[in-house]
Design a protein around this ligand. Sequence first.
Ligand code: DMJ
Length: 674
Amino acid sequence: MYSAAAAAVASPPRRDFISVTLSPEEAVGAGGYNNSKAWRRRSCWRKWKQLSRLQRSVILFLFAFLAVCGVISYTSMGEPWKSLTNKSLDDQRTEPEIPGLKLANPAVLPAPQKADANLGDYPELSPQKPPKPPHVRRGPSNLQIKPPWRDVRLKTRHDASKPAEEPVQADKEEKTEKSVISWRGAVIEPDQSTEPPSIKIKEPEKPSSVEAEDQKEPVPINERQMAVIEAFRHAWKGYKDFAWGHDELKPLSKSYSEWFGLGLTLIDALDTMWILGLKEEFEEARKWVANDLVFDKNVDVNLFESTIRILGGLLSTYHLTGDSLFLEKAKDIGNRLMPAFKTPSKIPYSDVNIGRGTAHPPRWTSDSTVAEVTSIQLEFRELSRLTGDEKFQKAVDEVMKHVHTLSGKNDGLVPMFINTNSGQFTHLGVYTLGARADSYYEYLLKQWIQGGKKENELLEDYMRAIEGVKKHLLQRSEPKKLTFVGELAHGHFSAKMDHLVCFLPGTLALGAHNGLTADHMKLAEALIETCYQMYAQVETGLSPEIVHFNLHAQKGHKDVEIKPADRHNLLRPETVESLFYMYRFTGDKKYQDWGWEILQNFNKYTRVPTGGYTSINNVQNPSNPEPRDKMESFFLGETLKYMFLLFSDDIDLINLDKYVFNTEAHPLPIWVSA
Ligand code: DMJ
């Protein structure tokens, strides 16, 4: 029992504290024990009235305070609880048993939906919704070997067709308000149409990551993707056994070849391993990069090739993993390549000695190749964004600005060479979308996308060039009437098409996805059919390096003719690359089926039993395709990566609204506008 005296407060002059009397005796003393509701209410009321105003205010304040605390703690407890629950569920999951390979946990993936391929999907003058900003990981950048199968959200094309967070109506209104200027079917935002983007880079950026903000569901890997993983591991076995740390595997002679002496295949393959989920192989390769990759070497490297393969490969691996090792290496090689830009015209030389810091053109000319000097921009621009050092971007932007103003183009089509002294095009009059010009066109569009679709000169040059292609280079073959891209030499059309040109359907489709005119998608559909026929009409089912199309129907002749000098296959990626884009944007399964046929033919004619794949000399001879004894680094960097992505139904496995692939299939983030 409590004593009333002990607990009561003897009316102090200033009652600035409260007392709580808990004495039943006192309560009963007044009128005996009465537990009726009315009595209790009266008694409480009396007590309340006895309190000073200050005491009452304090009590009321305390109640209010406790109530607010209660609400706050309830909501903040919810999240950790949810994530704890998810985490423990994750921990309990077991991975499927595939020898030596850890794969995605099985989950039920909704069947991919075929995107409505009518014009409504690619409406003229209707740009796509701006992409959601890529997630920026701000945490420590030491190696975070988080296997991608835990980083990939369960999101299919079906989900992608739905609008994202913002209300549809608001989005539509914004579009009609902004998208008023058009240039040959392209939409240019009025507020972005005059000013070129500032190259001022203030703060170094952190990597984006495939990891999204929220908890992601794992996505299962299907059988075709498994076959790609198997092919990769077979190729990797050959490289590891006979060419480890060297540039290219020679799988037949069980040796290697050097080009730059920089472990080209290993670097080119890093992000492919990450995307395929080959954790062990990736870690081993990472160790080599950490311990053995040294750029301080007296060696001449080709600026373009080392940019797209090495710098591009390191940057994308940095983004996917968040591992600062790759950024450090990227900075190192980026800096060592900069002497290439010290030319009278600022058009870079083709070759750089990365140890000595000197650069020079090829021995026989002072020209550089147009595709080479205009296809290093995605990588150098990204390096500036990441490091905060504007010199990289400044150098490559200057090249683009200069090329933009040059005369000698033919309706947007560029010649193949440019002089490093005068800065002028040379060898005028020859136009191709194949070797030496190809990726100029690809990078016009991709830089525009990378920079957030603001750099209108790039878009103008791209749109004009595609018009030039239509006007001068498009023809149809006989008997199947395949649309193809030929070449123009001093006014004469040649029905010759490099396999390299097969990047074009994918690029056109990417442009259409980003709001460019619908007929680019139509052209992409026609051209990818042609590229597929370059495989299907050949005895091995593999494309030669170059084909000539028949313009006139002749009995017993196919559309595709192959000259003896052109019948080699180097395991090139361009057709599967375009198949990947076409499948992502249309959902038409035939593109996956075509890619599957190609993979099977690579396995049939180019696979070397002891490990690795080889280029072949004769795609027309199934009984002896004449292996060349070389596996190019892009087979692992590009061809198998695009195959894996083509067979995936997960649009977030390198989401094309967040990433743009460089010309060597290394994904780099699309910049988010400030
Ligand atoms: C790769 O190095 C790149 O794709 C480049 O753009 C063209 N050549 C090879 C692949 O064919």
